[in-house]
Design a protein around this ligand. Structure first.
Ligand code: SF4
Length: 152
């Protein structure tokens, strides 16, 4: 399931994980937490667990069916590098991104340590835009993130 986004710097959200836990001051006013609780109260099917980390493996292949190039925000309602997201699952998300070179994927993560640990083993899509947001810092790299990661 993907949703047209009102966020100005993206076109779509693609949430294969929902829910998270707060890890820093940067999480204090978490939009995803507020939305997850609201959607749960409204009976939103994907949010029956509220803000608990929940995997949604269906639609992992959805971007493969989108013919028009799109800018896609991956996991606007979670952190893909949360400890409760298995490495094999992250690799499946990356496999889809890698196979869909006509799209531009945006990945935001606050779990910088896990991201750094996994990055060398992940096959990053060539057009991926990866952004690492840690607390109040915002560092962004275009291109092959695993190379840019060395300078973080
Ligand atoms: S990492 Fe992101 S989604 Fe998770 S609690 Fe913090 S702000 Fe919310």
């Amino acid at each position: 399931m993907a949703t047209r986004s009102s966020i100005e710097w993206t076109e779509m959200t693609w949430n294969r994980v929902t829910g998270c836990t707060k890890i820093s001051q940067g999480c204090k006013h978490c939009y995803a937490e507020r939305m997850a609780k609201r959607l749960k109260a409204m009976g939103g099917g994907r949010y029956t667990n509220g803000f608990q980390v929940t995997l949604h493996p269906d639609s992992l292949d959805a971007p493969r069916r989108w013919r028009q190039p799109r800018v896609v925000f991956v996991n606007s309602m979670s952190d893909l590098f949360h400890d409760e997201v298995p490495r094999a699952y992250i690799e499946r998300v990356f496999a889809t991104m890698r196979d869909c070179s006509h799209h531009t994927f945006q990945v935001l993560a606050k779990r910088s340590e896990r991201l750094a640990a996994l990055a060398p083993r992940l096959q990053w899509p060539r057009k991926n835009r990866a952004a690492l947001r840690a607390c109040n810092q915002h560092v962004e790299r275009d291109g092959v993130f695993s190379e840019g990661l060395r300078s973080f």
